[in-house]
Design a binder for this molecule. Structure first.
Ligand SMILES: [Zn+2]
Length: 349
């Protein structure tokens, strides 16, 4: 290992993750990941490297999940099961989930130890809805939470910034870090919407007060509004927090063509958001940045958005989006008012 910088972008993928079956007709289907892998294989990604992740070790999983839940998932290997009405497993789902969580661990190791500047975990099942004791919302293990906890426990990271731009609120990630100040959770999500959490007033508890930062958004917003939220909230927050590692729950279900969401973000909008996150990671975290595939259910919108982000992670200039500052004034103002109690940068002058 050591500090030899060999890649700009590590792409973590293993085909077992295509064999996870969530159930007949389920939107979280193997074709999603296949479309992303095809699009990235065809893209021009200078100094990108593909690597197969290893299955996660038990101790990496139990930093986040209860041992009884992990044991139950293990027992379901090879069989069909339904964890909740949305969340099913087939014979290969346990193997796929362990590889997705393993990709999270391997990606953190690679960017922290310097084998790669950035990484993109191309995984399914997705993770951000998974709670400590149960899977839900298509998610079995919380990949990004496992990554953040691994960064703190194994590498001594002290300020991990998690950005969740999936259209759904990352309830699992918020809950497992609610009382901690070493992981700052920033989420944009449609609200009210599945899973029902993510209100502005949910800010964390105890030592974690102010380290949960929710941006509940009305439906119908697009590139210019997301750009404004990132510019006016995420960037000042990150400059105040000075993260030493940046992780992204990169769901693409806020895309305008997505059948589950109702937002209007385009692939250019996602690439622009990725550019802002890349630059803040460069500014504060020595560039150390990992994206995790979460949702996104229109194959074309999903794969074009993932490709745009991968190109930005390899150094391409992000698209220029003019932020809708006036249109988001009320939304941003409400959030500044609540978070200004914890973050002086947002407190009224
Ligand atoms: Zn989602």
């Amino acid at each position: 290992m050591g500090s030899r910088l060999v890649a700009t972008l590590l792409l973590l993928y293993e085909e077992t993750m295509l064999r996870h079956q969530a159930g007949p007709g389920h939107p979280e289907r193997p074709a999603r990941l296949a479309a992303v892998v095809d699009a990235l294989s065809a893209a021009r990604l200078p100094r990108a490297e593909w690597v197969a992740p290893r299955p996660a070790a038990l101790d990496a999983l139990t930093r986040i999940h209860h041992p009884e839940y992990v044991a139950r998932l293990r027992e379901l290997a090879g069989s069909h099961a339904q964890l909740d009405p949305d969340t099913g497993m087939g014979p290969d789902s346990q193997s796929a989930a362990w590889l997705a969580a393993g990709a999270a661990v391997d990606a953190v190791d690679a960017v922290v130890e310097g084998a790669s500047r950035r990484a993109f975990a191309l995984v399914r099942p997705p993770g951000h809805h998974a709670e400590a004791r149960r899977g839900m919302g298509f998610c079995l293990l919380n990949n990004i939470a496992i990554a953040a906890a691994h960064a703190v426990a194994a590498h001594g990271c002290k300020r991990v910034l998690v950005v969740d731009w999936d259209i759904h609120h990352g309830n699992g990630t918020q809950h497992v870090f609610a009382t901690r100040d070493d992981v700052l959770f920033f989420s944009t999500h449609r609200y009210p919407f599945y899973p029902g959490t993510g209100a502005l007033e949910e800010v964390g508890r105890g030592a974690g007060a102010g380290f949960t930062f929710n941006v509940p958004m009305p439906w119908g917003l697009g590139d210019r509004e997301y750009g404004a939220v990132f510019e006016q909230l995420l960037l000042p927050l990150a400059d105040a927090y000075r993260p030493d590692l940046v992780l992204v729950s990169a769901g693409f279900d806020a895309h305008r063509d997505d059948p589950l969401g109702d937002q209007r973000v385009t692939e250019d909008g996602f690439a622009a958001m990725c550019g802002m996150v890349r630059d803040l990671a460069d500014r504060h975290a020595g560039g150390r940045l990992v994206l995790f595939l979460e949702g996104g259910y229109d194959l074309s919108g999903l794969s074009r958005s993932a490709r745009g982000c991968a190109e930005v992670l390899c150094g391409a200039d992000p698209p220029q989006i003019r932020s809708a500052l006036a249109e988001t004034r009320d939304l941003v103002g409400r959030i500044q008012e609540v978070q200004g109690r914890y973050w002086p940068v947002f407190a009224p002058g």
